[in-house]
Design a protein around this ligand. Structure first.
Ligand code: NAI
Length: 286
């Protein structure tokens, strides 16, 4: 039956931070991968990121040959290159209008009648992408975690219109082919992990803001007292304070609950360009 056909030809749109990771794990799993970027410069940057990550895997003895993986990856700048794909994962910028436009185009381009159109979005409702296609039952969220080659978790997010076959075929793709572990979440802002993690980080920021304890002591408390690998403020610096605030805003927008509201200190730090590790300063200096 065609609905249970395994995914062998994968497509990825967007060769940025997440897209390059998704390309890497797919190609390392032996799949044939086509990745489409907006232009040549971004395509080259994505390829350089992929090559660097593969070289690191070889150096650490986790991969035999980077070339063998790269042979399975085709980099393109036209979406038409995705016509024969079994599954396409969208990993472009987190902007609803851009994703809606892309899903309309993918719907017209990808010819296989059972192809799955997936989004790696962190906050845009999957339903908004499904309904602009002629096949919302084949549209779902496949939400990877950064860095994709390292973190095992994938959140599978079917919308109200996604078919059970699509969800199960996607589970087979991420668990059977990619060797990841999937959890199932409803199509609500934040899914499981961010819905729990973001309020935790925001609480730590409020605690700091109120003068209750220092950043170092808050983080040491959670590392030493709750066995977290790093404290919430160090984690916010790693995620990026702009991203942390954006995810908080999308949760607040969805639920209108105070625990998701970005505290003033977070907003002011983002205004100031103190975004964490990527700018050299956030709750800590780097
Ligand atoms: P990024 O900015 O590193 O990469 C996005 C890439 O998409 C860029 O290279 C850009 O040139 C390309 N692009 C934009 N429009 C395009 C189009 N129309 N066609 C082809 N390529 C296009 O962003 P990042 O961090 O990789 O995020 C991508 C998606 O993954 C977003 O939806 C984000 O919310 C989601 N995500 C991000 C995580 C993270 O930790 N950064 C974690 C999980 C999901």
């Amino acid at each position: 039956m065609s609905v249970s056909r395994a995914v062998s030809r994968a497509g990825v749109v967007g060769f940025g931070l997440m897209g390059s990771g998704i390309v890497e794990v797919s190609a390392r799993a032996g799949l044939d991968v086509v990745v489409v970027e907006a232009d040549d410069a971004a395509a080259q940057a994505g390829l350089a990121r992929l090559e660097k990550s593969l070289r690191r895997a070889v150096d650490r003895g986790k991969l035999d040959s980077a070339e063998a993986v790269l042979e399975r990856v085709r980099v393109e700048t036209e979406l038409d290159a995705l016509a024969d794909r079994d599954l396409v994962v969208e990993a472009i910028v987190e902007q609803e209008a851009a994703k809606v436009e892309l899903f309309k185009r993918l719907d017209a381009i990808v010819t296989s009648p059972d192809a799955i159109l997936a989004s790696n979005t962190s906050s845009i409702p999957i339903m908004k992408l499904g309904v602009v296609t002629s096949r919302p039952e084949q549209v779902l969220g496949i939400h990877f975690f950064n860095p994709v080659p390292v973190l095992a978790l994938v959140e599978l997010v079917p919308s109200l219109l996604t078919s059970a076959e699509t969800t199960e075929r996607s589970r087979a793709f991420v668990e059977g082919s990619l060797g990841k572990q999937a959890i199932l979440c409803q199509d609500r802002a934040g899914f499981v992990v961010n819905s729990l993690l973001i309020p935790f980080i925001l609480s730590a920021i409020r605690m700091l803001e109120s003068g209750f304890a220092t950043a170092e002591d808050i983080d040491r408390g959670l590392v030493l007292g709750a066995a977290h690998p790093q404290g919430p403020l160090a984690l916010a610096d790693l995620i990026g304070l702009d991203t942390t605030k954006a995810v908080a805003e999308s949760l607040y927008e969805e639920f209108k609950e105070q625990l998701y509201a970005p505290p003033p200190l977070l907003a002011r730090m983002v205004d100031a360009g103190l975004l964490g590790r990527k700018t050299g300063r956030g709750f800590y200096d780097y």
